[in-house]
Structure formats: C-alpha cells, structure tokens
Design a protein around this ligand. Structure first.
Ligand code: SER
Length: 322
C-alpha cells in the first residue's frame, strides 16, 4: 500500500484512518474523499481532499486513475439504525457504492478494503463465541447489505482476482469523531455524558452484550490486514475481530471506577434494541489472529482510561470542563 483513496473519510473510522495514513504514507499519498466538504475540518484541510459521491462510478474511476492509487478503502455506507429507517437508500448506497468501488479496484488492479460488521450475523447463530464460518441470516437491512457485500467482495476476488480484504467490525469506540446512525453508538455517547452530565439515558436495555473495540485497534486492523501476506489469507471477506464484549451496565461499572457518582438510566428504543438483539454477544476472532496476526492492544479497562483522559483533555480545551 503506497497510495490510497478513502471514501467516507469524514466518518468515525475515516477521519482517524486518514490521519494515520497521512503520517505513514505521506500527505500526497492519501486521497481523502467524502460526499461533502466541511470547511475547517482536519481531513479536508490537512492534505488532499476531494468530494466524491460513491454512486458516481465515472468520477470514482477517474479520481482513482488520475491519482494513480494502488489501494481503495471504501468506508462510505449507512449504519444500522439509519439503514433501518431508509431501507431502499441503504440497499442502493451500501450495495451500489461497494459495487462501484469493486469495479474501480478491478479496472485499476488495486487492493480494496471495505468493512463488514458483526451485523452480518443473524439471531439464529450461536450467540457466544460465534464462529467465523457459519450460516449468515441477518435480519436487519444493514446486516443484509453487509452479508451480501461480503459475498460480492469474495466473488470479485475469485472471479476477477481483485485483492479484496475485510473485517467484521464490532462497535467502535473513539473520542475524535462521533459515530452517527449506528446501534452501538451509545458506547461513545456514554463517555461524553458521564463527563459532561454525570448521567446517561441508555437506549439499549441492561444485559445487551455486544463486541466492541477501541479505534486505535480498528485502524491497526485495517492497515495490518492490507499489508498482510496474501498467501497466508485463507479467508478474505470478512474476518471476525473483537477486543471486548460489554453490556451497558458493564461499561457503566468501568466508568464508575473513575467517576463513582456516574449513573445510568434506561429508556429502550425498540428499533435499536431489536437490531442489537439480532447480533451476537461475542464473536470468535481466531482466524484473524492466526492468518494475519490480529492482536488488539486495548482491553476494556485500558480503553476506559484512555477515553476518559482524552475526552477530559478535549472538553477542557473546548471550555466545556474546568
Ligand atoms: N457499529 C455499527 C452500527 O452500530 C455496526 O457495524 O451500526
């Protein structure tokens, strides 16, 4: 990977990946794109940035050709809760965008990474330590696009030799860019509210366990999988990866070790609860560990300390905390 085009660069993952790759590959070797430009945003200001609607295949191809990229990281997609509210748009954007990205990769013979999710599973699998290879019966529109997307990326690999690689991301936790439209988003908001208000009203019920990961490990996973020796990859689309499995009350207890007065209340949103209930409690990521050495650095305790410290710093700078 020497020169990379990233779609959805302004999102939770994109903004941190752009920053990391600009440092690693050099500013001119990262083509950050998103459907809109945000003036003043570091992604748009600190290096190459282009507006790109991933549904516009001709523009996508021309941009990747002109910049002579050897890798595409395709992050533009609707997340689970938004997708459930806009099922047609979710299908068109998540599948159409991926199809275009795969076609660009095929034309230009680039590598491509396009993430899948724990949402690719359905409620009928073994909920604990869910195996890498099992039947996939997602019951959400987001999950349907993720499972179909995995199949499509594998098809482009076997049929056309496209070097496609992916992971099933769990709920990602980060302090730089807030997530939007996901079911796991509470895992970030809970830290914001714990520090700013001391209370958090959770839209998922007590006991809703879900895999999670700190963003640094997610970014490492993208980079390490893209740099992995292809001859070692038995799987491609997509590897299970996880770092912790937590329910809201467990995350609360971790935060209370640092902010003892913090309190959680529950007001369940049936849509997001239904989505979360259809996902595994914890997934087995041994294939990723064996085939390309996946090993997260942040467990739940370390992630909690990091989130509280970094957000405290951020809120002090913004004048929101003394
Ligand atoms: N974190 C995502 C979501 O909640 C799942 O991939 O939609």
């Amino acid at each position: 990977m020497k020169k990379v085009l990233i779609t959805g660069s302004l999102g939770q993952i994109g903004s941190e990946l752009v920053d990391r790759l600009r440092r690693e590959l050099g500013k001119d070797n990262v083509i950050a794109t998103d459907i809109r430009k945000i003036d003043g945003n570091a992604v748009c200001e600190n290096g190459v940035f282009e507006t790109l609607d991933v549904m516009d295949y001709e523009k996508f191809l021309k941009m990747a050709t002109d910049h002579k990229v050897d890798t595409i990281v395709h992050l533009a997609a609707l997340l689970s809760a938004t997708a459930e509210k806009n099922i047609k748009l979710a299908w068109h954007l998540n599948m159409g965008g991926l199809l275009n990205a795969l076609d660009v990769a095929k034309e230009l013979k680039t590598k491509i990474f396009a993430p899948s999710s724990i949402a690719a599973y359905g409620p009928d699998v073994n909920q604990d330590n869910t195996p890498q290879d099992t039947f996939m019966h997602p019951t959400t529109m987001y999950g349907v696009t993720k499972t179909a997307g995995e199949m499509l990326a594998n098809y482009y690999n076997t049929k056309f030799g496209v070097d496609s690689r992916s992971v099933r991301f769990p709920g990602l936790i980060s302090y730089k860019t807030e997530p939007g439209g996901g079911t796991s988003d509470y895992n970030v908001d809970i830290f914001y509210q714990a520090l700013l208000k001391g209370t958090y009203e959770c839209y998922l019920a007590e006991g809703t366990k879900m895999d999670m990961m700190y963003m640094d490990d997610a970014i490492d996973a993208i980079v390490n999988l893209l740099n992995a020796d292809p001859t070692k990859l038995i799987h491609r689309n997509a590897f299970n990866i996880t770092a912790m499995s937590l329910a809201p009350e467990e995350l609360t207890a971790l935060i209370q070790k640092h902010i003892p007065s913090f309190k959680i209340t529950y007001k369940v949103d049936p849509v997001r609860q239904g989505i979360a209930d259809s996902w595994p409690n914890s997934i087995d990521d041994s294939a990723a560990r064996t085939e390309w050495g996946f090993k997260p650095k942040f467990d739940a305790e370390k992630m909690t300390v990091e989130m509280i410290n970094k957000l405290t710093e951020k809120f002090k700078k913004e004048g929101k905390l003394k």
